[in-house]
Design a protein around this ligand. Structure first.
Ligand SMILES: [Mg+2]
Length: 380
Protein backbone atom coordinates (compact mmCIF):
# COMPACT_ATOMS: atom_id res chain seq x y z
CA UNK A 1 0.00 0.00 0.00
CA UNK A 2 1.58 3.26 -1.07
CA UNK A 3 0.42 6.86 -0.92
CA UNK A 4 -1.20 6.74 2.51
CA UNK A 5 -2.15 9.71 4.60
CA UNK A 6 -3.18 9.46 8.23
CA UNK A 7 -5.51 11.96 9.85
CA UNK A 8 -4.86 11.97 13.58
CA UNK A 9 -7.67 13.50 15.63
CA UNK A 10 -7.49 13.70 19.41
CA UNK A 11 -10.73 12.55 21.07
CA UNK A 12 -12.56 15.26 23.04
CA UNK A 13 -9.18 16.93 23.37
CA UNK A 14 -9.72 19.78 25.85
CA UNK A 15 -11.97 17.75 28.11
CA UNK A 16 -9.62 14.77 28.01
CA UNK A 17 -6.70 16.95 29.09
CA UNK A 18 -8.80 18.41 31.88
CA UNK A 19 -9.61 14.88 33.09
CA UNK A 20 -5.90 14.23 33.57
CA UNK A 21 -5.88 16.83 36.32
CA UNK A 22 -9.45 16.14 37.45
CA UNK A 23 -9.50 12.32 37.45
CA UNK A 24 -12.55 12.43 39.72
CA UNK A 25 -14.54 13.71 36.72
CA UNK A 26 -13.85 10.69 34.53
CA UNK A 27 -17.01 9.21 33.06
CA UNK A 28 -19.02 12.26 34.09
CA UNK A 29 -20.75 14.82 31.91
CA UNK A 30 -18.18 17.61 31.62
CA UNK A 31 -17.71 20.49 29.20
CA UNK A 32 -14.97 23.01 28.64
CA UNK A 33 -16.69 26.30 27.90
CA UNK A 34 -16.64 30.05 28.17
CA UNK A 35 -19.47 30.34 30.65
CA UNK A 36 -21.86 33.28 30.70
CA UNK A 37 -25.06 34.29 28.98
CA UNK A 38 -23.62 34.02 25.47
CA UNK A 39 -21.21 31.17 26.20
CA UNK A 40 -20.99 28.12 24.01
CA UNK A 41 -19.57 24.64 24.61
CA UNK A 42 -16.02 24.28 23.32
CA UNK A 43 -15.65 20.53 23.94
CA UNK A 44 -17.97 18.01 25.59
CA UNK A 45 -17.00 14.73 27.24
CA UNK A 46 -18.51 11.58 25.77
CA UNK A 47 -20.73 11.25 28.87
CA UNK A 48 -22.05 14.77 28.20
CA UNK A 49 -22.66 13.92 24.54
CA UNK A 50 -25.13 11.25 25.64
CA UNK A 51 -27.30 14.13 26.93
CA UNK A 52 -27.14 15.84 23.55
CA UNK A 53 -24.47 18.26 24.71
CA UNK A 54 -21.92 18.93 21.97
CA UNK A 55 -19.47 21.61 20.91
CA UNK A 56 -20.89 24.94 19.68
CA UNK A 57 -24.09 24.37 21.73
CA UNK A 58 -25.10 27.44 23.77
CA UNK A 59 -24.35 26.91 27.46
CA UNK A 60 -27.95 27.76 28.36
CA UNK A 61 -29.17 24.80 26.31
CA UNK A 62 -26.37 22.56 27.56
CA UNK A 63 -27.37 23.16 31.19
CA UNK A 64 -31.02 22.53 30.40
CA UNK A 65 -30.21 19.23 28.69
CA UNK A 66 -27.87 18.15 31.46
CA UNK A 67 -28.50 19.86 34.82
CA UNK A 68 -25.68 17.79 36.33
CA UNK A 69 -23.09 19.19 33.94
CA UNK A 70 -19.65 20.15 35.25
CA UNK A 71 -18.36 23.26 33.46
CA UNK A 72 -14.61 23.89 33.33
CA UNK A 73 -13.10 27.15 32.06
CA UNK A 74 -10.98 27.16 28.92
CA UNK A 75 -7.24 26.90 29.66
CA UNK A 76 -5.69 27.50 26.25
CA UNK A 77 -2.11 27.56 27.53
CA UNK A 78 -2.54 24.05 28.89
CA UNK A 79 -4.09 22.64 25.69
CA UNK A 80 -1.35 24.27 23.63
CA UNK A 81 1.29 22.49 25.67
CA UNK A 82 -0.59 19.21 25.32
CA UNK A 83 -0.86 19.78 21.60
CA UNK A 84 2.85 20.37 21.30
CA UNK A 85 3.53 16.97 22.87
CA UNK A 86 1.18 15.31 20.42
CA UNK A 87 2.73 17.04 17.41
CA UNK A 88 6.26 16.22 18.58
CA UNK A 89 5.28 12.57 18.81
CA UNK A 90 3.85 12.68 15.29
CA UNK A 91 7.02 14.20 13.90
CA UNK A 92 8.85 11.02 14.98
CA UNK A 93 6.77 9.10 12.45
CA UNK A 94 7.11 11.26 9.37
CA UNK A 95 8.91 14.32 8.11
CA UNK A 96 5.63 15.42 6.53
CA UNK A 97 3.16 16.47 9.23
CA UNK A 98 0.49 19.08 8.55
CA UNK A 99 -0.84 20.55 11.77
CA UNK A 100 -4.47 21.49 11.21
CA UNK A 101 -5.32 22.68 14.69
CA UNK A 102 -4.46 22.00 18.29
CA UNK A 103 -5.96 18.54 18.17
CA UNK A 104 -5.56 17.31 14.62
CA UNK A 105 -2.88 16.73 12.02
CA UNK A 106 -2.20 14.89 8.80
CA UNK A 107 0.78 12.58 8.70
CA UNK A 108 2.18 11.20 5.46
CA UNK A 109 2.70 7.47 5.95
CA UNK A 110 3.47 6.76 2.29
CA UNK A 111 6.08 4.07 1.90
CA UNK A 112 5.16 2.47 5.18
CA UNK A 113 4.77 -1.27 4.47
CA UNK A 114 1.82 -1.75 6.83
CA UNK A 115 0.19 1.62 7.49
CA UNK A 116 -2.36 0.12 9.91
CA UNK A 117 0.32 -1.08 12.29
CA UNK A 118 2.10 2.25 11.92
CA UNK A 119 -1.16 3.96 12.90
CA UNK A 120 -1.56 1.68 15.93
CA UNK A 121 1.99 2.56 16.90
CA UNK A 122 1.13 6.27 16.67
CA UNK A 123 -1.86 5.76 18.95
CA UNK A 124 0.28 3.88 21.43
CA UNK A 125 3.06 6.48 21.42
CA UNK A 126 0.62 9.37 21.84
CA UNK A 127 -0.99 7.58 24.73
CA UNK A 128 2.42 6.97 26.32
CA UNK A 129 3.48 10.58 25.85
CA UNK A 130 0.26 12.25 26.94
CA UNK A 131 -2.16 9.67 28.41
CA UNK A 132 -4.60 10.88 25.79
CA UNK A 133 -6.61 8.92 23.27
CA UNK A 134 -6.91 9.69 19.56
CA UNK A 135 -8.67 8.38 16.50
CA UNK A 136 -6.82 7.82 13.25
CA UNK A 137 -8.19 7.65 9.75
CA UNK A 138 -6.14 6.29 6.86
CA UNK A 139 -6.78 7.06 3.23
CA UNK A 140 -5.16 7.66 -0.12
CA UNK A 141 -5.79 11.41 0.28
CA UNK A 142 -6.54 14.00 2.99
CA UNK A 143 -10.28 13.96 2.37
CA UNK A 144 -10.66 10.21 2.91
CA UNK A 145 -8.26 10.23 5.86
CA UNK A 146 -10.22 13.02 7.54
CA UNK A 147 -13.59 11.34 7.04
CA UNK A 148 -12.13 7.98 8.17
CA UNK A 149 -10.89 9.38 11.48
CA UNK A 150 -14.47 10.24 12.37
CA UNK A 151 -16.01 6.84 11.55
CA UNK A 152 -14.79 4.88 14.56
CA UNK A 153 -14.51 7.48 17.37
CA UNK A 154 -13.34 7.41 20.12
CA UNK A 155 -10.07 5.46 20.08
CA UNK A 156 -10.75 4.55 16.47
CA UNK A 157 -8.76 3.32 13.52
CA UNK A 158 -10.50 3.22 10.16
CA UNK A 159 -9.18 2.79 6.64
CA UNK A 160 -10.97 4.27 3.64
CA UNK A 161 -9.99 3.33 0.10
CA UNK A 162 -11.46 3.92 -3.35
CA UNK A 163 -12.95 0.43 -3.01
CA UNK A 164 -14.81 0.79 0.31
CA UNK A 165 -15.60 4.53 0.11
CA UNK A 166 -19.23 4.33 -1.01
CA UNK A 167 -19.88 1.18 0.97
CA UNK A 168 -18.67 3.00 4.14
CA UNK A 169 -20.08 6.51 3.74
CA UNK A 170 -22.38 6.33 0.71
CA UNK A 171 -25.56 6.32 2.79
CA UNK A 172 -24.48 9.32 4.88
CA UNK A 173 -25.72 12.83 4.08
CA UNK A 174 -23.61 14.72 1.55
CA UNK A 175 -23.06 17.42 4.20
CA UNK A 176 -20.58 14.99 5.79
CA UNK A 177 -18.12 16.19 3.17
CA UNK A 178 -15.99 19.22 3.98
CA UNK A 179 -16.99 22.16 1.81
CA UNK A 180 -20.66 21.18 1.69
CA UNK A 181 -22.26 23.67 4.04
CA UNK A 182 -25.90 24.39 4.74
CA UNK A 183 -26.44 26.41 1.54
CA UNK A 184 -24.89 23.87 -0.80
CA UNK A 185 -26.75 21.07 1.02
CA UNK A 186 -30.00 22.90 0.47
CA UNK A 187 -29.33 23.36 -3.24
CA UNK A 188 -28.31 19.72 -3.53
CA UNK A 189 -31.52 18.63 -1.82
CA UNK A 190 -33.52 20.72 -4.26
CA UNK A 191 -31.74 18.84 -7.06
CA UNK A 192 -32.71 15.53 -5.39
CA UNK A 193 -29.23 14.81 -4.00
CA UNK A 194 -29.13 13.81 -0.34
CA UNK A 195 -26.43 11.22 0.24
CA UNK A 196 -22.76 10.88 -0.70
CA UNK A 197 -23.74 8.17 -3.21
CA UNK A 198 -26.38 10.48 -4.74
CA UNK A 199 -23.62 13.03 -5.23
CA UNK A 200 -21.08 10.55 -6.60
CA UNK A 201 -23.60 9.18 -9.09
CA UNK A 202 -25.33 12.45 -10.00
CA UNK A 203 -25.97 12.72 -13.74
CA UNK A 204 -23.84 15.26 -15.58
CA UNK A 205 -26.64 17.71 -16.29
CA UNK A 206 -27.82 17.97 -12.70
CA UNK A 207 -24.64 19.16 -10.97
CA UNK A 208 -23.32 21.24 -13.85
CA UNK A 209 -26.78 22.72 -14.38
CA UNK A 210 -27.17 23.73 -10.73
CA UNK A 211 -23.62 24.64 -9.79
CA UNK A 212 -21.95 25.55 -13.07
CA UNK A 213 -19.21 23.96 -15.19
CA UNK A 214 -16.48 24.23 -12.53
CA UNK A 215 -18.17 23.78 -9.18
CA UNK A 216 -20.46 20.99 -10.44
CA UNK A 217 -17.73 18.50 -11.39
CA UNK A 218 -15.76 19.46 -8.26
CA UNK A 219 -18.74 18.43 -6.13
CA UNK A 220 -18.98 15.09 -7.92
CA UNK A 221 -15.28 14.44 -7.24
CA UNK A 222 -15.90 15.21 -3.58
CA UNK A 223 -18.70 12.63 -3.64
CA UNK A 224 -16.23 10.11 -5.00
CA UNK A 225 -13.72 10.84 -2.26
CA UNK A 226 -11.24 12.55 -4.56
CA UNK A 227 -8.97 14.81 -2.52
CA UNK A 228 -5.61 16.42 -2.21
CA UNK A 229 -2.50 14.55 -1.15
CA UNK A 230 -0.36 17.65 -0.64
CA UNK A 231 0.51 18.36 2.98
CA UNK A 232 1.17 21.94 4.02
CA UNK A 233 4.08 21.35 6.31
CA UNK A 234 5.70 24.76 6.37
CA UNK A 235 4.79 26.97 9.24
CA UNK A 236 5.28 30.18 7.29
CA UNK A 237 1.60 31.02 7.18
CA UNK A 238 0.83 34.68 6.62
CA UNK A 239 -2.66 34.74 8.01
CA UNK A 240 -5.36 32.54 9.44
CA UNK A 241 -9.08 33.10 9.02
CA UNK A 242 -12.47 31.49 9.35
CA UNK A 243 -15.79 32.48 7.90
CA UNK A 244 -19.38 31.37 8.10
CA UNK A 245 -22.17 31.78 5.58
CA UNK A 246 -25.51 31.85 7.35
CA UNK A 247 -28.24 29.56 6.01
CA UNK A 248 -30.54 32.59 6.27
CA UNK A 249 -29.39 36.21 6.33
CA UNK A 250 -29.08 37.45 9.89
CA UNK A 251 -30.30 40.70 11.41
CA UNK A 252 -30.05 39.73 15.09
CA UNK A 253 -27.00 41.44 16.61
CA UNK A 254 -26.65 38.83 19.36
CA UNK A 255 -26.43 36.06 16.79
CA UNK A 256 -23.75 38.02 14.91
CA UNK A 257 -21.70 38.52 18.06
CA UNK A 258 -21.93 34.83 18.97
CA UNK A 259 -20.74 33.93 15.51
CA UNK A 260 -17.85 36.38 15.71
CA UNK A 261 -16.87 34.85 19.07
CA UNK A 262 -16.88 31.32 17.68
CA UNK A 263 -14.90 32.31 14.57
CA UNK A 264 -12.33 34.26 16.58
CA UNK A 265 -11.90 31.35 18.99
CA UNK A 266 -11.47 28.91 16.15
CA UNK A 267 -8.81 31.12 14.55
CA UNK A 268 -6.99 31.40 17.88
CA UNK A 269 -7.05 27.63 18.39
CA UNK A 270 -5.46 27.17 15.02
CA UNK A 271 -2.84 29.86 15.68
CA UNK A 272 -1.99 28.24 18.99
CA UNK A 273 -1.80 24.86 17.26
CA UNK A 274 0.77 26.26 14.86
CA UNK A 275 2.68 28.09 17.57
CA UNK A 276 2.13 31.47 15.94
CA UNK A 277 0.59 34.78 16.94
CA UNK A 278 -0.57 37.75 14.88
CA UNK A 279 -1.08 41.47 15.17
CA UNK A 280 -3.82 42.39 12.72
CA UNK A 281 -7.40 41.34 13.38
CA UNK A 282 -9.78 41.57 10.41
CA UNK A 283 -13.54 41.29 10.34
CA UNK A 284 -15.25 40.44 7.06
CA UNK A 285 -18.92 41.20 6.60
CA UNK A 286 -20.95 40.32 3.54
CA UNK A 287 -24.29 42.04 3.20
CA UNK A 288 -26.95 41.07 0.74
CA UNK A 289 -26.66 41.26 -2.18
CA UNK A 290 -22.96 40.40 -2.33
CA UNK A 291 -21.50 43.52 -0.85
CA UNK A 292 -18.41 42.51 1.12
CA UNK A 293 -16.70 44.81 3.58
CA UNK A 294 -13.60 44.33 5.71
CA UNK A 295 -12.53 46.21 8.81
CA UNK A 296 -9.14 45.73 10.47
CA UNK A 297 -7.24 46.79 13.49
CA UNK A 298 -3.54 46.27 14.21
CA UNK A 299 -2.64 45.61 17.83
CA UNK A 300 0.46 46.85 19.64
CA UNK A 301 1.68 43.27 20.06
CA UNK A 302 1.01 39.91 18.45
CA UNK A 303 -1.46 37.59 20.14
CA UNK A 304 -3.36 34.33 19.79
CA UNK A 305 -5.35 34.97 22.94
CA UNK A 306 -9.04 34.28 22.24
CA UNK A 307 -10.20 36.96 24.69
CA UNK A 308 -8.20 39.65 22.89
CA UNK A 309 -9.16 38.63 19.36
CA UNK A 310 -12.83 38.19 20.32
CA UNK A 311 -12.80 41.66 21.91
CA UNK A 312 -11.32 43.37 18.84
CA UNK A 313 -13.54 41.48 16.39
CA UNK A 314 -16.66 42.35 18.41
CA UNK A 315 -15.65 46.00 18.50
CA UNK A 316 -15.08 46.05 14.73
CA UNK A 317 -18.59 44.64 14.29
CA UNK A 318 -20.16 47.17 16.65
CA UNK A 319 -18.39 50.02 14.84
CA UNK A 320 -19.33 48.78 11.40
CA UNK A 321 -22.89 48.52 12.67
CA UNK A 322 -24.40 46.66 9.70
CA UNK A 323 -27.54 48.35 8.42
CA UNK A 324 -28.61 45.45 6.21
CA UNK A 325 -29.05 41.70 6.78
CA UNK A 326 -25.74 39.88 7.05
CA UNK A 327 -25.03 36.91 4.83
CA UNK A 328 -21.49 36.06 5.88
CA UNK A 329 -19.13 36.86 8.73
CA UNK A 330 -15.41 36.15 8.84
CA UNK A 331 -12.62 36.73 11.34
CA UNK A 332 -8.93 36.65 10.46
CA UNK A 333 -5.60 37.31 12.12
CA UNK A 334 -2.65 38.37 9.95
CA UNK A 335 0.95 39.44 10.40
CA UNK A 336 1.83 36.10 11.93
CA UNK A 337 5.05 35.50 13.81
CA UNK A 338 6.37 32.53 15.78
CA UNK A 339 5.10 32.59 19.35
CA UNK A 340 8.11 32.98 21.61
CA UNK A 341 6.15 31.98 24.70
CA UNK A 342 5.63 28.52 23.24
CA UNK A 343 6.66 26.75 26.42
CA UNK A 344 7.45 23.07 26.82
CA UNK A 345 5.10 21.00 28.88
CA UNK A 346 5.88 20.02 32.42
CA UNK A 347 3.89 18.61 35.26
CA UNK A 348 4.73 19.50 38.82
CA UNK A 349 4.88 16.95 41.60
CA UNK A 350 1.42 18.07 42.64
CA UNK A 351 0.08 17.09 39.27
CA UNK A 352 -0.33 20.69 38.21
CA UNK A 353 0.77 21.79 34.81
CA UNK A 354 3.49 24.39 34.93
CA UNK A 355 5.34 26.40 32.39
CA UNK A 356 8.80 25.11 31.64
CA UNK A 357 10.59 28.00 33.27
CA UNK A 358 11.99 29.04 36.62
CA UNK A 359 13.00 26.93 39.58
CA UNK A 360 10.89 24.02 40.68
CA UNK A 361 8.02 25.03 42.86
CA UNK A 362 7.40 23.48 46.21
CA UNK A 363 4.08 21.85 45.50
CA UNK A 364 3.30 20.89 49.08
CA UNK A 365 3.74 24.51 50.15
CA UNK A 366 0.76 25.36 47.98
CA UNK A 367 -1.31 22.87 49.91
CA UNK A 368 -2.10 20.90 46.79
CA UNK A 369 -2.79 17.21 47.19
CA UNK A 370 0.13 15.07 46.22
CA UNK A 371 0.51 11.36 46.49
CA UNK A 372 2.09 8.34 44.95
CA UNK A 373 0.95 7.69 41.43
CA UNK A 374 -0.11 11.23 40.65
CA UNK A 375 3.06 11.90 38.67
CA UNK A 376 2.59 8.74 36.68
CA UNK A 377 -1.09 9.31 36.08
CA UNK A 378 -0.51 12.87 34.92
CA UNK A 379 2.14 12.11 32.40
CA UNK A 380 1.19 15.05 30.22
MG1 LIG B 1 -10.69 16.20 17.97
Amino acid sequence: MEGVIAHVDMDAFYVSIEMLRHPELRGRPVVVAHDGPRGVVTTASYAARRFGVHSALPMVTARRRCPDLTVLPVDMALYTRGSKKVMETLSDFSAAVEVVGLDEAYVDLSGSPVPQSRAREIKHRISQATRLVCSIGLGPNKLMAKIASDLDKPDGLFVLTDENWLESVGEKPASLLPGIGPRTSERLRTAGIRTVTDLARAPDGVLEGTFGPRHGPALRELGNGVGSTALTTERARKSESRETTFPHDVTDRGRMLETVDALAESVCRSLAGHGVTGRTVTLKIRLTPWRTHTRSRTLPSATCHPGTVVGVARELLERFNPQAPVRLLGVGVAGLVADEGYAPLNVGADGRFEDGEGPERDASAEGAPSGPGSQERLAL
